[in-house]
Structures are given as structure tokens and as C-alpha cells.
Design a protein around this ligand. Sequence first.
Ligand code: ZN
Ligand code: ZN
Length: 657
Amino acid sequence: MKMIKVTFPDGAVREYSRGTTGTTVVEGISPSLAKKTVAMKWNGVLSDLADPLNDDGSIEFVTRDSTDGLGLIRHDAAHVLAEAVQELWPSTQVTIGPVIDNGFYYDFYREAPFSEDDLRAIEKKMSEIIQRGAAFTKEVWSRDEAKRVFASKGEDFKVELVDAIPEDQQVKIYKQGQWFDLCRGPHMRTTKDVGQAFKLTKVAGAYWRGDNNREVLSRIYGTAFANQADLDAYLHMLEEAEKRDHRKLGQEMDLYHFQPEAQGSVFWHPKGYMVWRQLEGYIRRRLDADGYVEVKTPQLLDNKLWEQSGHWGKFRENMFVVPDEIPSTEEGAPVISGEGNLLALKPMNCPAHVQIFKQGTKSYRDLPLRMAEFGCCHRNEAHGALHGLMRVRQMTQDDAHIFAREDQIKDETARFLKLFATVYGDMGLSNIRYKLATRPDVRAGNDETWDRAEEALADALAASGIAFDYAPGEGAFYGPKLEFHLTDAIGRTWQCGTYQLDYVLPERLDATYVAEDGSRQRPVMLHRAVFGSFERFIGILIENYAGKLPLWLAPTQVVVATIVSEADGYGQKLVEQLRAGGIRAELDARNEKINYKVREHSVGKVPLLFVVGKREAEEGTVSVRRLGSEGQKVMPATDAIVELMAEAAAPDLKATK
Ligand SMILES: [Zn+2]
Ligand SMILES: [Zn+2]
């Protein structure tokens, strides 16, 4: 019998007869390893453990509690969900059910959508199916057979899916007992491997293939984990996330609103815009101190510039295009003839910054040139993709482009990293993981340039004492980039800020400088943002702090609340003193019980209350209450104001005191 050589992760090589399955191999290694192994990686490819090994190769065992194992648990759970639904409602058609971040979903075609009660019934059925422990088995069918079988069952969507499988790929069917599904695999051993730590979380509508001309499907979302403790922790996090949802808090705190007439664009209310103003003022001071110059560039730019920059070709579907034409006011006539030239609202600021750079001759001595703009950009996102402040159509970035010589990349990067860490530290967001995204397969420029660029970024990270991971192949086609992954107060991660090297745009837009030897050279462009966009960053802050923003960012820092009307005059005087000291103070002299006032300002997340009654007015004191704490402290009003002024200063202004 022909033997094959199997290499193990520790480098050991053993011989097996050709066709031996992964199951046999792992069982021969150790029964305890076999027990928890649910799949394998054969030559690096995640595969069914029952697959035969037909050539020499390397093997890795995938255990149920590994990251790959978690993906398989969720994938298999989606199959179990579909079986459960069809057992309960046999006329329901199945479509697709992929694994997504934190779980999985499955889309079904049926008359009525699923209810909450249905979800509980489905969970019960899933539990039974998992208990049965039917083995997942794989069969390869011919295209015609697959189509015939699915058509005979009335599974029209599956027939369409079979047709969509490329000719060079096999049509694979995975069975679990009597039930089967079209699937690329791989799967674990049996339905029992899914375990009981799963939950169906919600239902939603979705179009077949995301096409709004096609059927509306009922989508069931679920999640599954390797054990109950992980599931509980996740469900708790979801609950916390819901409480912290910036869309809910934004309303309760009266920060901003959206309305259908301006899809994805924010109406900032005075309180929300106050948060913005504090952030903008803060970051502007930081940039001024760090040697940036600030500019302002046009919203509308001719499409010829966008053609030159490459955005017109690659990014046009995300741009708002506007005709350069005076609209007709004639009754019944079309508003726009369509004959005017086209302009576009800028989706990013970079090309405009190059135009400023190109004014006059730049020499090597002018570099690095750090050009900042709080640039308002528009991106044409689909209505369905919009999500509160997190995904908008009109956004303002704390954008800047650094025009630099190649030999300046390392220093500029180190400088940016310092700024970035300082700012996030000031925001109370210091749990950040750094990644260096390197050259993708499709890229501009030669390998020597990429070598130098990646090395400069890695050197800068190392010189800054920052631990980082590589994200191989994740760089932009025009250069490598750094990624910043922030973990918030409830363990979610957000990608924040930007730092990208770009060799292409200076070339496309013909930016040059005169080098020391008199030759014309291309500068490198560093696209960078610290917050990213004000909208999204404020959303993240609200959720991270559950609305209880740090004092310096709070829209109203203190409310002076009177207990009796005799104290109103005194309260008003205090508010004036506070405002004179730069504190954002308001008076609440309404004829309401103090407990009512306290509760209301606590919902509005006002950090401090100065409660004043007759006695405080007579003695010149205030009774200080802090958000989230029960006690109160009586102190002389002047002391309270001085203390508050020191505490409320922005972090950068505090440091210089
Ligand atoms: Zn599958
Ligand atoms: Zn840019």
C-alpha cells in the first residue's frame, strides 16, 4: 500500500497509508486530543476531520475551544437552525446562513415573519437536534442532480445557488441525519459538537441576495459559544451595549437628531455641538503645538480633478455628483438639463491639499509640511448602511496630510504615534492595539520602495516602544498603513484614526519639490487622522462613557438647582460667577421637587449639581452632588467654583498649569 508522510506542528513526521482520515490520525495520537478535536487544517486549509489524506502534507488539529473551532460551532449552529425551522414549519424555504462577527444568521423564505415566541420554539428544537448528535457527512453531487433534488423539494433558492457555483468548483452537500444543505464546508464531527451554549438573538428582514427587486426573506440572527460562561458574558455585553447605544443616549441627553430629509447627516443640537467644539478646540491646540498648519478647501470640485486623482474611477459610486448648471425655474420644465459640467462634493480632502502644496515651488527645506483641515466630506452611503453617528453621509474629519521626504517617514511616524497616544490617553481611551498593514497582492510601486516604507513604519513603532502585530497584505494599494484597534469600556473593539503612506497621489497630481541637488522629486504623502471623524468619535465616546462624559467634555458641566424660590436670586448669581469662570452652568429654578430635578439631570448626565436652598443662600454655600454618587458635600460657594474651574480644564490646558 502506498504510504504518505504527515508532518505535525512540532515538526515530527509520521507515515500513514494513503487515504487515512484525520480522525484516524488524531485517534492514534491521543484519545484526549481526539475527544476535543473537531476539524483539522490540512496543508493550512481548514477541512473536515473525516477527509482522507491522499498525499504528503502537514496537519494541525482544530479543537472546539480554538478560534477556528468557534467559527465552526457557529457555522454548524446555522445548519442546525435551518433544520429546526424546517422541522417546525416544513413549507419554509432555506436560502443562505453565513457566519458573521459574533455569531451567524440564516435567511428563510416564508409568508409571515418569525416572532419572538417562534425563536424560543426554534431554540428548543435546535437543542433536540444537537442532542441527537447526527454526524455531518459530505457528498459531492453533480450539478444536475443537485438542481433536480432541490427543485423537487421546492427549494428554488438553492437551485439558484447551485447555478451560481463556478464551473471549476464541486457541488458539495452536507448531511446531518435526514436533513441536508448545500455548503462549501467544512463542518465538525456531529451536531453534538455545537453544544448548548447558543442563543437566537433577533429577527430582521433582508432581500434575497441584497437585491431590493427580489424576495423579502426572514432573517434569524443567533450566536453560539464554546461554553455557557462565554455566552453569558457576551449576552451581558449586548445588554450593556444597548444601554449605552449612542442613538438612545443622544436623544436622552438632547445632543443631536436625524430626520428623513437629511439621511445620514446630523442635526447637532447646542449640547451635542458643545461636545464637538470642545474636541475641535482641543485637537486644534494639539496640532498647533505639533507644527501643523490649518487650511480650508472647497466642498465642490470639478470632476476633472477627481479623474486625475483616481477617485472618479474607483470611488465614484460613493460620491455625490452635482451638475454645474443654473437650475431651470420654468414651470413643468426639468430642473436640470443635464448638459452642464459635473462637480462632486468632496469625499476626502487629499486632492485639495495637494493643490495647496503645488502653489509656488517647494524645496526640501519646506518638508515636512503638515497640512491639517477639519474637512467636511460627503460619502454616498446607501440608506440601509447608515447607523447613527457611526456611519453617516456627511462627516468631518480631523484630517491632515504630511508631505515628506522619504528619509523623514520614520521621524514623522514616531511623531504621529506620540500625538496619537497623547490624545487617546487624554480621552481616557488607552487600551489600543497597533497593527502594521503591509503590501497587498495588487499594489503600485516597486518592492524596494515597499521594503523601505514598511521598515520605516516598523522602526518608528519600535522606537516609540509600541508593541504591534503585522496585518500582512492589508495595506492600501498605494502604501502601507497603521491600524489602531481601540477596546472600549465593555470590551468591544473599534478601529480609530488613520495613518497611511501614499506614493501614488503625489504622482497622479504631480506634486514635486526641489531636492538638495536641484533635482525635482516626489514627496511622500501621509494621510492621517487622530479621531477619524468627529461624528463617529463622539459616538464612540458616548458609548464608552455610557453618556457620562469626562467633565471637560460635558455639554453642561453644572446645574445650579434651587430648592425654594427664595434661593433663585442666589442661584442666578452663582450661575453668572460660574460662567465668568468659563464653566458651562445652567440654573434650574423650576417649581419642582428637588428629587425630580436630581433625577432629570441624572438622565441628562450632568456631572455636577449645586443644590441651593434658603440656608445656602444665607451662608454663601452650595451643596455639591456628583452624578452617580448618593452623598452631597456642603462647601463655600467660592471654593466650589475654584475647584470646579481647575477640574473642568481640558487635559492639555491642565498639564501646563
Ligand atoms: Zn455548512
Ligand atoms: Zn487623505
